[in-house]
Design a protein around this ligand. Sequence first.
Ligand SMILES: [Fe+2]
Length: 272
Amino acid sequence: MVRFIHITDTHIAAAEDFMSYGHSPLANLQRLVATLNALPYPFDFVLHTGDVTEDGSAAAYRRAKNVLSELHAPIRYLAGNHDDALVMQRELLGVDAPLERYDYAFEAGGVQFVMLDSRGPVQPGGQLSTGQLAWLSEFCTPAGPPLVIALHHEPLPLDVPWLDAAPPASPESLDASEKPAMLLGNSGEFLEAIAGARGRLRGVFFGHIHRAFQVWRDGILFSSAPSSFGQLKTWPGLREAQPAPEEAPGYCLVTVDEHHTIVQQYTFSHAG
Ligand SMILES: [Fe+2]
């Protein structure tokens, strides 16, 4: 059994006074850390599904680290499209020889976690390489312990046009008139790679879209957490990204036990 807190899209910038969607990511991350430290129950770790920083700079990671190191729990990070995975590993995690793609796996409470670096070649979309899909497939066998997969980008359509457009495979094939596409570009290959583990896959967790979504597809749960500072509008037919400054920041508590995956979503009031 494992309990973790899913947080995402903290977007800390090098500049202390950086504002986004009408709010301060820094002040809200400070409030989130204080909120989590005051929770009246134990949890095993925090899962951050990426966009730790706004600009991928060393200064931004140092600023994020100052706040996140106050947390009374270990944190497992993913790189998002706003992150620089190399700088993130060096500055935030103190790694001397960082990986080009920040993929890794770990076990907690008898549950296998597989973490994927889904940053794509065309911003802000995602893409997994052939090598990453092969690595993922090794974990996605029918037999084995309960399995959880996490990545930054939404790995399937969500009935929202501005989220559901697939990015081109390379910058060269980008049409100047095309709107930025958010989706994991090769989501079909990803869904195929995980299908074999359906019987023991306890959830696919993601961020990127600044909104909590829960999707059930082919017997698999897909769940995103709200951003720690600002949400985006989503609804069927919406073609443009729009901030939703009136909506609260939040996080999710996830419990994976022998029989269930339980996701409880919480909000807290804006700090600034
Ligand atoms: Fe993102």
